[in-house]
Design a protein around this ligand. Sequence first.
Ligand code: NAD
Length: 369
Amino acid sequence: MPVFDSRSFRDHEQVVFCSDAETGLKAIIAVHSTALGPAGGGIRFWDYAAAHRHVAPGDIAESRGEQDAIYDVLRLSRGMSYKNAMAGLRLGGGKSVIIGNPKEIGTPDLMRAFGRHVDRLSGTYYAAEDVGTSPEMLAAAGESTQYVSGLETGEFGTGDPSPHTALGVFVSIQSAVKHRLGKDSLSGVHVAVQGVGHVGLYLVEHLLKAGAKVTITDIVASNIEAARSKGDVTVVDPVTIHAVDCDVFAPCALGGGLNPKTIPHINASVIAGAANNQLEREGVQDEELRKRSILYAPDYVVNAGGIISVEAEVHREKVSDAEREAKVVRIGNTLAKIFEASDREGRPTGVIANEMAEDIIAKASQKQK
Ligand code: NAD
């Protein structure tokens, strides 16, 4: 099972395979870069073999699942390096995956066993919440190690990152609307929000307060009701949200939403949302969007508000809400630079952002030597 030859391997500093027979833990921790600081990134708990079980016998499905897990952890940890670099943080990039169904095996004992593995890395990697892990699971891991962040309690605990992420998405929309539509205000600007969960709901509040016209969708009725309770929103079917005739499309649900099936139907001038990995293929769909004169704000720059809120916790610093907010608001300036470079060079925004991030990391690596 290749790691160094995996198509998502890019000079990762360290990849650690972890197990615990008693709890059934199988996990991989990938540290992509520590050039800017300790590698920060979430714990993804996912049953990677599930997608293969209906097409392959047991052990082959498990083996393919493991391969997917390696691919995922390498790709996601590199993404964290880029995100943290572009947010101007003193954090490198890392990620971990726990293989299996969290509902079936995600016990406190397993999380404590995982925490012991994180502890052995002595602060090279700081774990946080991600898909499949909850605040309770993070707290259980935190019983075995101090190297967890995003905790709800404790002296430096920063709690739910979603409001900060939503503020980052809001300022990103402001920045993109100014760049593409020449407007300083969102008053009357029509924004279609796909997914009104933790981040999407806070975003809707910001948008309504700014006088934007808001269209939403979700697959969960109670989430739609929660958004309706915030003010005047139009609700559409989940399958049509990307095609709404609007100024801004804000994907705040799952990744992969910008693909050959959806892009031809997008009517917005701007795409800026919280969802991770919105482009099905980096460098391909962002180029298609550029050619269609749709301004794509790179997702990992837009959604860095959450990790910005966590940085101080990793460094055991007390930071006021105002300081944290000021850092989140700077996402808008970073995007403006990306948009200008993309226009100047006639290249997609995603590629420009990656190059800027690689440059920041390379300079920090040079300083370390
Ligand atoms: P969430 O699960 O709370 O919200 C996602 C919402 O999308 C849910 O309400 C869900 O019902 C809805 N949804 C799922 N599939 C849908 C579909 N096909 N059509 C319409 N709605 C659909 O998650 P969240 O914390 O709000 O995060 C949203 C996105 O932002 C995710 O991709 C996440 O990885 C990313 N993100 C979140 C944070 C954070 O601070 N929470 C930080 C960075 C990135």
